[in-house]
Structures are given as structure tokens and as C-alpha cells.
Write a protein that binds this ligand. Structure first.
Ligand code: NAD
Length: 433
């Protein structure tokens, strides 16, 4: 099938390459000329495991191409996917200006019947809004569908190629059929394609993110209680997670969630609820607990030094909002770094992938080290914020030698407190004795 994917970010690029890999002819288009130039040169603007190989293969085989010519890509396509950003607007709602701009371009370039599918996370009612925008200019029939994306950064290629479920929300039977046909090879004719109306599909995406985020905030809140009552949140997590009704995932206490999705999506669903006179109390609490949790590591570090951080050097391991990505949007490490700098500390940091993005924000206000041990050299404390594999089993003997004081803050509970205390470290985790 002929596809256009508008927006070549984390979602559009993975989706475009994934669709091409199943034999479709895909044009990935973006307004960012710099991004498209990189892609044309064979460079991948983001770090996502496996994506470079997938893009190279499909570009070489002629099924995947990149362009800034959004209008031509739309005219050539049978299905147009909208995968542009929907960031948080000042009032907390989802900023739909990019989605609407694409809608206008589609309307003006509708030369035959097309299915327009939103992959971007968009509030309930956006399919209706798009139908109006496109319809205002269109001289040909078209159908709008909501096809929310559930991939996780860090494992996006796998998630896209082998989805748990594909949600197709449209009131138009022809659009449903065309999209089902496109996705059938991804699910091997299983029942993992769910057809529904557009509003339910739009809400499903927000419901999924809100539910996942609420599990994290629940455990983070409980971690505070665990510390106060002398329990260990890690043992509690294992205990509750063994119940199949609860499950083991998204139960990890930590430094609060970040990323480009949960924070803005919580805000957007609260806004949607507010606009119809409903208060989603659990989502509001999830947000509030997360804001508090993101400040927790900084307050633990500060408390350890009796509030005297001026002149102290703090090492930070892990800057991306989670491992296996270079994405630092809303990352808890940034909240920590801001607080440390504000308090007069010197920050030495390391991340396997995210350092260029961090450098773009902080310049030389923090020291970025090519090696993880280099970042720890001479520091008064080391804080691990993102659980990259290489931080899980570091050479603690070496760390003990190079830190100027053997003080560890384990923001992800990845280390063994007893073992480290036995080695003479001062260890602080989240929600642990
Ligand atoms: P991103 O910021 O990485 O990419 C968005 C891209 O859209 C950018 O390259 C930008 O230049 C381009 N763009 C903006 N306006 C445009 C326009 N008018 N025409 C063409 N291109 C335009 O964003 P992302 O992380 O890929 O997210 C995209 C959408 O998918 C968001 O709604 C997000 O909530 C949703 N989503 C993201 C993830 C994720 O893990 N990142 C997962 C599921 C859903």
C-alpha cells in the first residue's frame, strides 16, 4: 500500500520504517529540513535500538523515502498517518496546532479517496475536528480514523512490529477495512486488532497512559510510607506483583516518571475531563505525587549534606528519562540537576546516549564525562537516576576508590543495600530501610 507518515519523530520514524518492512511503500515527511537531510544521508536523528538497521534496509530496498514535501506525499498516499507532536499547551490541554496544520494540508491535497489516521496521541473529539478541517477544503471523499500508538521508547521497534494490540477507531467501515488489511501481517491474523469508534480509541490511549502512570505514583507514594514505617518497598513490590491480578510491571518505586508522554497526557486527560465537568481524582493525585517524587532525590542528597551543597560535587548516572533512549523530555535527572545547581553543587554526569541532548540544555554548567567512572571521579556522592544496564553491576571497589566520599543514592533500587553497606558505602535507596 502507498503510505504517507507525517512527522518523523520517535513514533513516525518507527512506524514508517515498520510499515515499509512489511512491504508497503512509505514516504516519511517532516517540516524539519534538518531531520530529513540527516535521514537522507542515512543518519538516524534519534537513538532507538534496531531502528538504524530497519531504516537502512528499507531505504536500500526502495520502500522507504524521506522528504519535506508533505503535500506530494499526501497526494501519492492511500493512507496518511499523522504522527506529529501534541505537546502540552499553557492551559494544560494538548496543543493540536501541528495536527490541525497537517489536516489543512491534507484537505488541500486530497486528489482521491484516502484514509487519514492519527497516530499522535490526541484528545477525544480530534477525529471529528479533523473531519471538519479536511472537509473544509476537500473535493474528494475521505475517512478519518484514530489509530493510537502504544510503542515504548527503548523497545519501540519490537513493540511496533509485534504489537500487543492494534486499536482502530473509526465510524467508517471502509477505513476500518483498509487499516485492518494494513495491520493484518503485524498480528498474523490473531484477534489483536480491536475495532471501535474513534472517540473510544482516542480515550483508550489516554486511559492506558494514565493507568500505567497511576501504578508508578501509587508505588512511589507507598515507598514514602515504607520508609516511615521501616518496611522495604522492594519486598512489598515482589509480594504484591506475584498476584496475577496485579502483575509485576510498572510497580517500581523510583525518582518519578518523565518522558514525552505520561506528563503531558495526564495533563491533557485532566483538561478533557474538566471541560465536561468531571474531575479525574486518581489522575490528579498521580500527577501531584509525581511532582513530589521528582524532587525526592534532590532532597535526600541535600538532607545527607545537611543542606550544605555549596562546593560539593555530585555525580549523576543516567540522564535519559529511561534506559535505551536518548530522550530527556521531562526526565527526573533534569529536576535533580536543576536543584543541585540551584543549591550551589557541581554536577558531573554520564549517560550512554543522552549526553548530546543534555549538553544542548546545560552547556558547560555541568560536566559531562565520556565514561561513567570519569563522572564519579572525586565526587562527594553518586546518584543513579536511570537504570542503564552498565550501572547495575559497576565495579564498586573502583567506585569506592574514586569517590571522595563513599556515598550512593540509588534512585532505582538497583543495588543491594546490605552488600554495599558491608563494603563501607553509605547507601540510600527509595522506600528502603
Ligand atoms: P517527536 O517530537 O519526536 O516528533 C514529532 C515530529 O513531528 C517532529 O519531527 C516534528 O518536526 C514533526 N512535525 C511537527 N509539526 C509538523 C507538521 N506540521 N508537519 C510535518 N511534521 C511536523 O514526537 P513523538 O515522540 O514521535 O510523538 C508524536 C506523537 O505520538 C505525540 O502525539 C505523542 O504523544 C505520541 N506518542 C509518542 C510515543 C513516544 O514514545 N514518543 C508513544 C506513543 C504515542
Amino acid at each position: 500500500m502507498q503510505l504517507a507518515v507525517v512527522g518523523t519523530g520517535y513514533v513516525g520514524l518507527v512506524a514508517g520504517a515498520g510499515f515499509a518492512d512489511f512491504g508497503n511503500d512509505v514516504a516519511c515527511v517532516d517540516v524539519s529540513a534538518a531531520k530529513i537531510e540527516m535521514l537522507k544521508r542515512g543518519e538516524v536523528p534519534i537513538y532507538e535500538p534496531g531502528l538504524d538497521v530497519l531504516i537502512a534496509k528499507n531505504t536500500r530496498d526502495g520502500r522507504l523515502r524521506f522528504s519535506t514535501d508533505v503535500a506530494s506525499a499526501i497526494r501519492d498516499a492511500e493512507i496518511v498517518f499523522i504522527a506529529v507532536g501534541t505537546p502540552q499547551a499553557d492551559d494544560g490541554s494538548a496543543d493540536l496546532s501541528a495536527v490541525e496544520a497537517v489536516g489543512e494540508t491534507i484537505g488541500k491535497n486530497l486528489n482521491n479517496f484516502k484514509v487519514i489516521a492519527t497516530k499522535s496521541t490526541v484528545p477525544v473529539g480530534t477525529a471529528d475536528r479533523l473531519r471538519q478541517i479536511i472537509g473544509a477544503n476537500a473535493t474528494q471523499p475521505f475517512a478519518v480514523a484514530s489509530n493510537p500508538e502504544f510503542l515504548k521508547e527503548g523497545d519501540a521497534v519490537n513493540d511496533f512490529m509485534k504489537p500487543d494490540r492494534v486499536i482502530i477507531g473509526s465510524d467508517d467501515p471502509k477505513a476500518r477495512e483498509i487499516l485492518r488489511h494494513l495491520y493484518n501481517p503485524f498480528v498474523r491474523a490473531s484477534d489483536r486488532i480491536q475495532l471501535m469508534d474513534a472517540r473510544s480509541a482516542e480515550l483508550t490511549k489516554y486511559a492506558a497512559n494514565a493507568l500505567l502512570a497511576s501504578r508508578i505514583s501509587f508505588m512511589n507514594d507507598l515507598a514514602v510510607l515504607a520508609e516511615k514505617v521501616g518496611a522495604d518497598i522492594e519486598l512489598v513490590r515482589k509480594g504484591v506483583g506475584a498476584d496475577p491480578r496485579i502483575g509485576t510491571k510498572f510497580l517500581f518505586a523510583g525518582p518519578g516518571f518523565g518522558g514525552s508522554c505520561f506528563p503531558k497526557d495526564l495533563s491533557a486527560i485532566l483538561y478533557t475531563a474538566g471541560s465536561v465537568g468531571h474531575d479525574l481524582e486518581i489522575v490528579r493525585a498521580t500527577e501531584r505525587i509525581n511532582a513530589r517524587q521528582k524532587r525526592l532525590l534532590a532532597s535526600k542528597v541535600s538532607a545527607h549534606f545537611d543542606g550544605a551543597l555549596k562546593g560539593k560535587t555530585i555525580a549523576v548516572w543516567g540522564l535519559a528519562f529511561k534506559p535505551q533512549t536518548d530522550d530527556i523530555r521531562e526526565a527526573p535527572a533534569l529536576t535533580l540537576i536543576d536543584a543541585l545547581l540551584e543549591a550551589g553543587a557541581t554536577v558531573q554526569a554520564h549517560d550512554p546516549q543522552a549526553m548530546p541532548n543534555v549538553r544542548a540544555i546545560y552547556g558547560n554548567r555541568i560536566l559531562l564525562s565520556d565514561g561513567m567512572y570519569g563522572a564519579a571521579e572525586g565526587a562527594d556522592a553518586l546518584v543513579v537516576v536511570t537504570e542503564w544496564h552498565e550501572y547495575r553491576r559497576p565495579d564498586f571497589h573502583r567506585l569506592k576508590r574514586i569517590l571522595s566520599s563513599p556515598t550512593l543514592f540509588d534512585g532505582r533500587n538497583i543495588w543491594e543495600p546490605d552488600e554495599l553497606r558491608g563494603m563501607g558505602f553509605v547507601y540510600t535507596g527509595i522506600g528502603r530501610k
